[in-house]
Write a protein that binds this ligand. Structure first.
Ligand code: SAM
Length: 495
């Protein structure tokens, strides 16, 4: 799972030392700017960072993003620190559904390798709208639009000998090649930052038009979860970084010589990178990028905002009316998955235990019951049969865990003895088989969809609908129908 990127970030000179203690979390509601000055005072007392990389030693949790001041008054939200959730985006006024709450240019991004011919590797402009694409003859990998080729060719050719090696290194070290490429591009941002002079200083760390341009230093203030990645993932990334560092021969690619820094960037990417150019509702992103300000929005399985990209700019829009002081949240995952699957995905790939309102309310009254239940077939009952969680089974029914109960007729089914009790004379005897079967079939169709084999995906989704109608709740079909519609449109356009 960790090899599959869904989110990422990086920076140099940050004035506060790394924080691994929870004291920073305690100031619930304080703005991150206030918080950072308190932290600076506290941290001065602590001399050593626990991080092994020099970048890690400069970064810290819950600090303000260095460019944060530039957003004040320009966007309808601010960053505050909350207990257990770190930094959060809070509405500073009522926000209307549909409003764009921030537009941010990618600090660094990479086309996913399977989509590398679709858009310019420098500005992400879609080649289908562009007459020419130029492929670099040195790396034979990167493609550019005419304008970017002219403006960035020299810089690209300084590092494309390394880009060229990434595919092989990734395979040999069992590492994600898109992760390695994004890591390289982030490291290059550091190089540009360090080499800025008064005359060359760009717009990073500021706003131009309506678009926010964050800096390398902003990225370095992001969360990394370095201590939570699995040993096998860390080792394969470490080996790949070592080999990349060996080949980094010139001034631009020597990464200030720190293998540890590259590993640190890999963790940052893993925790913060956002997918770009998604087609439809599932993860068919054509690229992944780092957007430090967008990364301030926490995840919720009941989000009030969504993100979408245009070229290399990510926009976040409110999907419902939001009242002042509410938290702004995005979804990092597919919200149509069952609760257990969502929690597992976030724990394994993003290293946190989701504490959103949808994941913490009782299953019996939550919308989640429709996604992980089957229709009760007791005559006249239109309820949904769901597996009872351990705590519910013990506390409320004094029955062992593993029981299934209808939310409407309250009939109970015990899979160990497979008999129904009370009114539930004809409950489906094996709801778990129906659900497993449905989940397997849907996952297979979604995999085909992600590979953009839209005709095949549509057929599989239609078979799914006909087989499970009458067995699963209507709500479980909403996204299947939505996906089928997207497949139909894409297949018509022959995409
Ligand atoms: C992209 S960052 C969001 C900003 C983050 N709070 C910070 O201070 O950098 C993602 C991290 O925020 C925290 N987080 C986000 N959503 C959460 C949720 N629903 N429940 C618990 N922690 C969450 C986790 O630590 C996660 O790895």
């Amino acid at each position: 799972m960790e090899k599959n990127l869904e989110q990422l970030s990086l920076s140099a000179d940050i004035p506060v030392a790394a924080s691994t203690d929870d004291s920073a979390n305690e100031a619930a509601g304080a703005t991150a700017n206030d918080e950072v000055s308190k932290l600076q005072k506290r941290k001065k007392k602590k001399s050593k960072s626990k991080s092994c990389s020099s970048l890690g030693a400069l970064a810290k949790n819950n600090s303000a993003l260095p460019s944060q001041k530039c957003m004040e008054g320009r966007f309808p939200w601010k960053i505050v620190v909350k207990s257990g959730r770190g930094r959060c985006a809070i509405a500073t006024r009522d926000i209307k559904a549909g409003e764009v709450i921030v537009s941010e240019c990618a600090l660094a991004f990479v086309l996913r390798s399977s989509f590398r011919t679709i858009a310019c590797h420098n500005c992400c402009k879609d080649f289908s709208k562009e007459s020419t694409s130029i492929q670099c003859r040195v790396c034979n990998y990167s493609l550019f639009c005419q304008e970017c080729w002219e403006s960035t060719r020299e810089l690209h050719q300084e590092c494309c000998s390394v880009i060229k090696l990434i595919g092989d290194i990734a395979v040999e070290e069992d590492c994600d090649k898109d992760l390695l490429r994004l890591m390289l591009f982030l490291a290059l941002q550091r190089h540009s930052t360090m080499n800025e002079t008064k005359d060359t200083v760009g717009i990073r760390g500021g706003i131009r038009g309506d678009i926010l341009y964050s800096s390398f230093q902003d990225a370095m203030a992001l969360q990394t979860h370095e201590n939570k990645v699995s040993e096998s993932w860390r080792l394969s990334v470490a080996r790949a970084c070592e080999r990349l560092a060996e080949h980094a021969t010139n001034e631009i690619t020597n990464f200030q010589n720190s293998k540890g820094d590259l590993e640190y960037l890999a963790c940052l990417i893993n925790a913060n990178a956002h997918g770009m150019g998604a087609q439809g509702i599932h993860n068919t992103d054509i690229a992944i990028g780092i957007f430090p300000f967008v990364s301030m929005l926490n995840h919720s399985c009941r989000p009030n905002c969504c993100f979408y990209s245009e070229g290399n700019v990510m926009h976040v829009r409110a999907t419902k009316d939001i009242t002042k002081n509410s938290e702004l949240c995005l979804s990092y995952i597919n919200l149509y998955e069952a609760r257990g699957t969502r929690k597992e995905q976030l724990a394994v790939s993003k290293h946190f235990d989701c504490a959103c309102s949808r994941c913490t309310e009782p299953l019996t009254s939550s919308v989640d019951r429709f996604l992980e239940g089957v229709l009760c077939n007791v005559k006249g009952c239109n309820g949904v049969l769901v597996k009872q969680p351990q705590s519910f089974a013990n506390a409320s029914t004094e029955q062992p865990a593993g029981l299934w109960q209808c939310d409407t007729c309250l009939g109970i089914l015990d899979p160990t003895i497979c008999i129904s009790q009370g009114q539930a004379k004809s409950l489906d005897e094996r709801p778990w088989d129906t659900l497993n079967n449905a989940q397997t079939r849907l996952s297979a169709a979604i995999s085909v969809y992600k590979e953009r084999r839209f005709k095949e995906a549509r057929k599989q989704l239609e078979d799914f609908l006909s087989e499970f109608t009458g067995k699963l709740a209507q709500e479980a079909f909403n996204h299947v129908r939505q996906l089928r519609r997207i497949c139909l449109e894409k297949a018509t356009l022959s995409l």
